[in-house]
Design a protein around this ligand. Structure first.
Ligand code: ATP
Ligand code: MG
Length: 363
């Protein structure tokens, strides 16, 4: 059988720096675990614009459609700020998401014990926290028509439309239930069914999908405003949260910050199943290209490493190896290894990006 294929798009800024550490880890898995990937590397974002005049070439797009999984670093940087909107680095990422139809965005918020003091929140609120937010990514108010700024009488009016079809709700709900079965078997769906028609349909369809296909999973519903409050008050009550594009944007950023640095946060964006039964998938750290620290060997590679762990789990069915990698990260943190973004006390000496990568491999 052919090796599983992985397309790596390091991108811009700290993207290539953190990705270099993941490459070392991939080599380790090949050498020590016999887990060999067919890896190819290509350009995205400003790096692609510099060579091809576009932030994502058609050839790269085609490769992404073929790959079992795509792992992306980060795109963008001040050098590209003045470019026309149509060729901005971010458009490369948007094209990937759109053409791969990645409708389910997974953002874990997990607290590593060693960093439980790092957050400004009370330790008992976040210690041991492990939740997953599933955000619908391709529909809703971000895309619904009509949209625009129009003139009505003698004033302007800005219009967006929240629109969800039954099938759009059902597919992201399935993705949340599938995930819950591999975790704590609990889903909380959030909307505003008290004021929004799309919210009423959302609640109905999630419940129907549950009753027909996932009766074994515990399902609850919450209004999103209460959900936001509960997320901050006692986040450990949740396992998987599923919500729409707009609420998911807000709630996942909120959940992410429960646990500390941007340099720690991975994400996955999943689409429909491919011929091998696994979903189309793009994995990337939540952070951006961090131009302020790019090229200095300071970036924390953990978000990118944990994104690869998600790829092991969700695209390559290597849950044990994903656990192995996450445990290594946990151990390194427990040993007090810290990149600069995780420093708490003056006088501590941070490790470099590549020292952090080496420490994870050693662990
Ligand atoms: P973008 O527009 O690409 O999202 P941004 O400036 O909004 O860029 P980031 O690039 O994520 O956001 O950076 C925000 C801040 O977090 C910066 O100060 C950056 O140095 C810091 N940061 C982000 N990622 C990391 C990382 N992996 N390691 C250390 N610091 C990071
Ligand atoms: Mg940003």
């Amino acid at each position: 059988m052919a090796n599983p294929s992985l397309l790596i798009l390091p991108g811009d800024g700290i993207g290539p720096e953190v990705m270099a550490e993941v490459r070392k880890i991939i080599d380790w898995f090949g050498a020590k675990r016999g887990l060999v990937f067919d890896v190819s590397e290509d350009l995205v974002g400003g790096a692609a614009y510099d060579v091809h005049g576009v932030p994502l070439s058609d050839e790269t797009m085609a490769k992404a459609q073929e790959a079992d999984a795509v792992l992306l670093g980060a795109v963008g940087g001040p050098k590209y700020d003045k470019l026309d909107f149509s060729v901005k680095p971010e458009r490369g990422l948007l094209r990937l998401r759109k053409e791969m139809d990645l409708f389910s965005n997974l953002r874990p918020a997990q607290c590593f014990d060693a960093l439980a003091d790092f957050s400004s929140l009370k330790k008992d609120i976040i210690a041991g926290l492990d939740i997953m937010i599933v955000r619908e990514l391709t529909s809703g108010v971000y895309f619904g028509e009509p949209r625009g700024i129009f003139t009505e009488g003698n004033e302007r009016v800005g219009i967006n439309t929240q629109r969800y079809t039954e099938s759009e709700i059902a597919r992201v709900a399935r993705s949340a239930f599938e995930l819950a079965r591999r975790r704590g078997n609990k889903v909380c769906s959030m909307e505003k069914a008290n004021v929004m028609e799309s919210g009423i349909l959302w609640r109905e369809v999630v419940q129907e999908v549950h009753d027909k296909e996932y009766p074994d999973v515990e399902l609850s519903h919450m209004y999103a405003d209460n959900g936001a409050m509960q997320l901050v008050r006692w986040p450990k009550q949740f396992d998987v949260i599923v919500t729409d594009n707009l609420f998911g944007d807000v709630l996942s950023d909120c959940a992410a910050m429960l646990t500390g640095s941007l340099g720690m946060l991975p994400s996955a964006s999943l689409g429909a199943p491919m011929a091998n039964g696994r979903p189309k998938a793009l994995y990337e750290p939540v952070h951006g290209s961090a131009p302020d620290i790019a090229g200095q060997g300071k970036a924390n590679p953990i978000a990118c490493v944990l994104s690869f762990a998600m790829a092991l789990r969700y695209s390559f069915d290597q849950g044990n190896d994903a656990d192995r990698l996450e445990k290594a990260v946990e151990k390194v943190l427990a040993d007090g290894v810290r990149t600069a973004d995780l420093m708490q006390n003056a006088g501590e000496t941070p490790v470099s990006t590549s020292q952090m990568g080496d420490a994870i491999i050693a662990a």
